[in-house]
Design a binder for this molecule. Structure first.
Ligand SMILES: CC(=O)N[C@H](C=O)[C@@H](O)[C@H](O)[C@H](O)COP(=O)(O)O
Length: 245
């Protein structure tokens, strides 16, 4: 991949071999609320993030207004009868781009969807020909199926979150390797990266960028990781003591 190339409106070199930080808090999360993800993005940028991934038009607008940094936007929306929720329709995708996202992330799994993918891609390219599309997929067959629509990135975001991929390791570095080998499209490793060492392995497997989210931006999950570890330690300690008697 030639990092000197400016693809449409965005200089890909800005994110190549760098970390993207996902700053998202849904309505049921403690950090949900206007302005909070802007501060989270500020902290991520101070820490060296090359780009931000953000959910919802308000956060996208606010983060874009505050920082001159590439932004990958999405709109999570549940539609009854479908399990596809990352930017499920053209309406969602166009709203994300109208809010200022440089790239729109779309669920491109083979699951039943409310609108065909070719219609979503067509509408994006007609209305925003200079922006990019990130195909969030869960496995190789999703990637093969979306190829004809020429996404600008493939992201492993949904590995582990579909019925077919629920048994995959977290993070799914093997998928990064296969996609990088099979296709000439930048592969973004995303989903369940909790250790810097895993990020390095993703780059070694061919990732163009790696998106890191919860371990940086979801304090309730970060805390839970500590408390769960401690609980496990207490349980084992009790068991070994009991066994020793
Ligand atoms: C599956 C899904 O809905 N993923 C979402 C996609 O935008 C986000 O909730 C994740 O935080 C993001 O993908 C980063 O992953 P992680 O938080 O595991 O580092």
């Amino acid at each position: 991949m030639n990092s000197e190339v400016i693809v449409l409106g965005m200089d890909l070199g800005k994110i190549e071999k760098k970390i993207i930080v996902s700053c998202q808090a849904l309505e049921d999360e403690p950090l949900h609320g206007r302005g909070i993800m802007v501060l989270m993005a500020k902290a991520a940028i101070m820490g060296g993030a090359s780009a931000i991934r953000a959910n919802g038009t308000q956060d996208i607008e606010d983060i874009k207004a505050a920082f001159d940094i590439p932004l990958i936007g999405l709109n999570k929306r549940n539609i009854e009868g479908y399990r596809v929720y990352i930017t499920p329709t053209s309406e969602d995708a166009l709203a994300v781009l109208a809010a200022g996202a440089d790239v729109v992330a779309i669920d491109c799994t083979l699951r039943k969807r409310p609108e065909p993918l070719d219609s979503i891609f067509f509408n994006i390219r007609r209305e925003f020909p200079d922006r990019l599309i990130m195909a969030d997929i869960s496995d190789l067959k999703d990637a093969k199926a979306v190829l004809d629509l020429r996404p600008d990135f493939l992201a492993t975001t949904l590995s582990g979150y579909t019925d077919d991929s629920s048994d995959k390791p977290k993070p799914d570095i093997e998928l990064v390797k296969v996609l990088s080998r099979e296709f000439d499209i930048p592969v973004v490793a995303e989903g369940n990266y909790w250790e810097p060492e895993q990020v390095v392995r993703a780059f070694e497997a061919g990732a163009f960028s790696v998106t890191v989210g919860s371990v940086i931006t979801r304090p309730q999950l970060i805390t839970r990781r500590f408390t769960s570890y401690l609980e496990e330690w207490k349980k084992n300690r009790f068991m070994s003591r009991a066994g020793g008697r």
